[in-house]
Design a protein around this ligand. Structure first.
Ligand code: AMP
Ligand code: ZN
Length: 469
């Protein structure tokens, strides 16, 4: 498996620190509003990378944070006259709903910055003790950037160029910095802002320190993959590297992955430009599976331009797969024979050819566009090779291969069958009758059938009750 590493600007063979295991940290959103579809891009592409690595047999420890203390959250709270916590909790919940809609699996851990303040104070103190950070008169703690000799290694920036460029950025209140390149680790509170006690002043952490601390706590001092949008390369990820490597004395992350921007009219979609669609707005018009398909139809590192035409094309593409699966289900249900013929058994060997193509594409730095092409080829194969003459087993094998590959991309292509209340009740009645006749095997069988359809039975004093799980 090859991954393009921003650190080396090359595709590299992926070798995890611990064989069979992957530790992965993905910078999550700042929660002060509904997420827009630009924020959805890293969620979808890195969820897909995770799914693929699991398919390849890795056990993936996937950590993605919520930044729940930030100027924008505080501003929004002030506007609404509520606490910052109320704003962040509200939008974390909303973000989780969007993730579910896009079939983005919850991370192994979703840490929140405000719950990790102790760890941040500890790391900042270590940096001060080691001489990598200093406290200014007003209690602000700065990182001494020049002290870290490798600063700039991720963004491939030269310290002196940065210094030149940054001189003009020295704004009032920052004269206390020893060097314009120094960045904030801890800052004093302002009137009405949430704050925490610290050895330096009542205040709150800078943004970069959050991720260094959460990655260390949940994944360790050295991690395999660190990911996020390409706008985070500088300064956020560069600063994370500086903090973590100076504190821990170890290489922080082996592979740095960055997704390209989602653009609209060839400009970055962002809240500040106001040119965005929220995931919620898209959900009013499309199934969010279409959005997922759209995101995966391009390589994650390429810029992707959002347009109604491309969304329509994605809707059609997804529909082609869904229809093929529906068709295969119909052929399976109506097949004349159950077992595969000799010829069919031989044919199934070609199914693994499609999977091989799919894996080769994904092994090449998660080329989801080519992986989708492999699924389309399989759909074409299904449409020409499975017919009313085919056995049930053959139709099922082809269908299962399509759904399995789509599932690795997190695409749901099999429509869930709605079980009617009347059907459930008829089965429950049959189960009662079976019990009366002491046919417990059949009664248990019916319970299992219902369970498979997500129906849970409860025996109560008033009789049998059921609910959808
Ligand atoms: P933010 O809430 O702005 O910190 O963003 C959360 C994540 O979304 C980060 O990984 C950003 O890089 C990413 N992101 C924000 N806008 C876009 C965009 N237009 N295209 C792709 N990724 C984006
Ligand atoms: Zn981060």
């Amino acid at each position: 498996m090859k991954i393009y590493n921003t650190l080396t600007k090359q595709k590299e063979e992926f070798v995890p620190l611990v064989p069979g295991k992957v530790s992965m940290y993905v910078c999550g959103p700042t929660v002060y509003n509904l997420i827009h579809i630009g924020n959805a891009r890293p969620m979808i592409v890195f969820d897909t990378a995770r799914r693929y690595m699991e398919h390849r047999g890795y056990e993936v420890n996937y950590v993605s944070n919520f930044t729940d203390v930030d100027d924008k959250i505080i501003k929004k709270a002030m506007e609404e006259g509520v606490t910052a916590e109320e704003i962040s909790q509200r939008y974390i919940e909303e973000c989780k709903k969007d993730m579910q809609g896009m079939n983005v699996r919850p991370a192994t851990t979703h840490p929140q910055a405000t719950q990790e303040i102790d760890g941040m104070i500890e790391m900042i103190q270590t940096l001060i003790d080691k001489g990598f950070a200093y406290v200014a008169e007003d209690g602000t703690v700065y990182f001494r950037t020049r002290k870290f000799k490798e600063y700039g290694k991720l963004s491939h920036k030269n310290l002196d160029d940065l210094r030149g460029g940054n001189r003009s950025l020295l704004v009032t209140g920052e004269e206390q910095k020893e060097d314009p390149l120094d960045f904030v680790l801890w800052k004093p509170k302002k009137e009405g802002e949430p704050f925490w006690e610290s050895p330096w002043c009542k205040g709150r952490p800078g943004w970069h320190i959050e991720c260094s601390v959460m990655a260390k706590k949940y994944l360790g001092e050295e991690i395999d993959i660190h990911a996020g949008g390409e706008d985070l390369i500088f300064p956020h990820h560069e600063n994370e590297i500086a903090q973590s490597e100076c504190c821990n004395g170890k290489i922080f992350a082996r592979y740095w992955m960055h997704n390209g921007f989602l653009n609209i009219d060839n400009r970055k979609m962002s809240k500040s430009l106001g040119n965005f669609f929220t995931v919620r707005e898209i959900a009013e018009r499309y199934d969010l599976q279409v959005l997922r398909f759209f995101m995966l139809s391009a390589h994650y590192r390429s810029p992707l331009n959002f347009s109604a035409e491309l969304m329509e094309a994605s809707a059609n593409g997804l529909e082609r797969i869904v229809t093929a699966v529906e068709n295969l289900k119909f052929l399976s249900a109506n097949a004349q024979t159950a077992e595969m013929t000799e010829a069919e058994t031989q044919e199934t060997a070609s199914l693994s050819e499609y999977e091989k193509k799919f894996d080769e594409a994904m092994d090449d730095d998660f080329n989801t566009a080519d992986a989708i092409s492999a699924i389309f080829e399989l759909v074409k194969y299904a449409n020409t090779n499975v017919s009313t003459e085919s056995s049930r087993a053959f139709a099922d094998a082809v269908k299962n291969k399509i759904t399995e590959l789509a599932d690795i991309l997190g695409l749901i292509v099999e429509k869930k069958e709605e079980v009617l209340d009347s059907e459930i009740e008829a089965l429950i009645e049959e189960r009662q009758a079976a019990r009366k006749a002491k046919n417990f095997a059949r009664a248990d069988e019916i319970r299992d059938i219902l369970l498979k359809q997500g129906i849970v039975l409860k025996d109560t004093r008033e009789g049998v009750k059921w609910e959808r799980a």
